[in-house]
Design a protein around this ligand. Sequence first.
Ligand SMILES: [Zn+2]
Length: 376
Amino acid sequence: MIRISPPWKGPRADDIWALYYFLLYKMLPFAPEDYLPIDSRGAYYYPNGDRTKKKRYPTAHKKFKLTKTSQDILSKAKVPAPNTPEELIELVSPQLHQYLYQNHTVQREKLRELLTTETDGKTIQAKKLEFSAKSALSKLLLTQIFNYDSFSRQNLFPQLVQMTGVEVCPYCNRSFTTTVRTRKGEYHRQNQVDHYRSKSKFPWFALTLPNLIPACGNCNQKKGDDEQYVLYPYQEEFGEQYQFHTTPISSTAYLMGQMVKPDEFEVTIERVGPVGDPDYDQRVQTSIEKFGLDVLYRESHNAYVCAIFEQRYIFNNAYLDSLIDSFPGLFKSREEARQLLYMKRYDAEGLGAAPLAKLTHDIDEEISRLYMDKKP
Ligand SMILES: [Zn+2]
């Protein structure tokens, strides 16, 4: 697992928020001033989320309307159908109602907090954002307000996903998750969007921007929605603590870049250094198990790993130094020259740019340790 930088804090943050609020404005059944950014003249948004356009002050907002299915469910249960978002919230979760409303007025900063908070465990516990809702039915009803289907069906949603800049699945670091743009300017997603806190257990976070994680379809499906939490990729990663290693099984020829048999070594994920935060370690184990990372990396990438050994054996430090001498100013270090040979960046910022960058980084470090006494 790799860490992805929170796009709402990055260089495109203003553009992302503008588009995000515009998409909310199209479908969220609250008064716009309850969640839109506000200035001296009242709440505003940018037409089409485009900050180059003049900001606009909302006139009307999306009316609240229950779907036919929800009405049927309620009438079978002989419960009067709510007419407003507040009535619905009060019906399904008095806790959430108490949090969001005071004297029947939406607490603007609370609603904005729900929509913009990071959803890692520490933050939502500290902010007391775990509410109980009465039943699975109630949670279904809450999706009438925090309606991800309607949010994500909008034409501009793929553009929002594209603006997050997530190129490779943060969970497995194996698949591209790019959103591409056609010549006509249309955005096509090659990804799914995972809800870090699931829609079914935390329906009030279904639209929360920091809860949306672009990921590959495999990982999104494997993750499921039980109470076991994986690492929160906007903050956490395997990093230096958990690294890929090779363990010889039937031969050590691969160390010289020659693999005699395909199963002569095994790639494993291991903790490096002293034991740290047990909660973090637990989430790492959950991540490995849920996404099947140990199996995926053990079964799929031996030929690739062997090629890294081969590269290091052939393009040794003396060779890299000669490259650096031949192209003065092109490389700042051997590391940089080596990354070019791998055609892959794997420094902290580059891990999310190419599949298998983390594996490449870790095996390269392993080789450095193995060769330490042999190379200048
Ligand atoms: Zn994945």
